[in-house]
Design a binder for this molecule. Structure first.
Ligand code: GLN
Length: 280
């Protein structure tokens, strides 16, 4: 029998830094149903041949650059455990800023309607439903497969939300007080600069927007007057280089934008509301 220490050493050798070391450690801990820290607290415990076989097969996948979340079909977001497949993006920590920013707005409103446009795994809309259970939450995505993942997450989080399949805001009827949206925002040019673990494993449909990268914001801003209540706010996640473009697009569409930074001080969320006039 091999010990934890030996297996860990061997696994890191197989993966060859194609994925970060912590993913290799997490993968072993996941198989043993222990915490990552326990690998270092109990380095001499033994690993069964069956566990070893599973660890090895996952390490082969990590060695090709596949993100751990797709191997375990699990990602962590805002303290919740979510189901993920290659049909959805792996929720990013930056996106928690969008949830937090929207939460601050929702906490001052009477319960109303919220749309999560391009929901993917459902991470944003489902987390907000969890935090604000009396809101009516509707999640949309163009991808049927992504909506199936979001539905599974609604079951896991035990929340009652609605789903619509369709492109951006086109599939919605009626208006919401809050719209949250993390649309595909990578330009065709920028796609070539992304880490190959992202482009080879994560769905291109959820990443790539078009030649400018801002096409989806343009599209949603055009449809916003028919889908946002007068006192409502729409929260966009943006790429850190897109702040001024999205701010300008919002102003040109007749809205007042407000920029929020992420924990690293980079532009990350644009909150868009109807123009507030001093003459009102
Ligand atoms: N809303 C989902 C997320 O934040 C999916 C985003 C997308 O598909 N571009 O992960």
């Amino acid at each position: 029998l091999k010990t934890v220490q030996e297996v860990l050493h061997n696994a890191l050798q197989i993966v060859q830094k194609q994925r970060p070391d912590h993913e290799v450690q997490e993968w072993i801990a996941w198989n043993l149903k222990i915490r990552r820290l326990d690998l270092f607290l109990f380095p001499n415990s033994f690993i069964s041949p069956k566990q070893l076989a599973s660890i090895d097969s996952g390490c082969q996948r990590l060695a090709k650059g596949e993100p751990l979340a797709y191997i375990t079909n699990e990602a962590h977001f805002y303290g919740f455990s979510l189901y993920v497949t290659q049909d959805v993006l792996i929720p990013r920590p930056e996106t928690e800023i969008l949830v937090e920013t929207a939460s601050r707005f929702l906490s001052h409103q009477h319960p109303s309607i919220l749309f999560d446009v391009c929901t993917g795994s459902g991470c944003i809309g489902l987390t907000l439903k969890k935090l604000f259970p009396s809101w009516r939450v509707i999640l949309s995505d163009i991808s049927h497969a992504a909506l199936e993942v979001a539905k599974e997450n609604a079951r896991r989080l035990d929340v009652d939300v609605e789903f619509i399949q369709g492109d951006l805001l086109d599939c919605f009827s009626g208006k919401a007080l809050c719209i949250v949206c993390n649309p595909p925002y990578i330009s065709t040019h920028e796609m070539q600069t992304l880490d190959s673990s992202v482009t080879r494993y994560e769905p291109n449909l959820a990443l790539c927007a078009g030649d400018r990268g801002t096409e989806n914001y343009e599209h949603i801003l055009r449809a916003l007057p028919s889908h946002l209540l007068p006192q409502g706010i729409c929260f966009f996640e943006i790429g850190s280089s897109q702040a001024s473009t999205v701010m300008d697009l919002s102003k040109n569409a007749g809205f007042t934008p407000l920029l929020h930074l992420d924990l690293e001080g980079r532009p990350r969320v644009v909150a868009v509301q109807r123009e507030i006039s001093i003459f009102d």
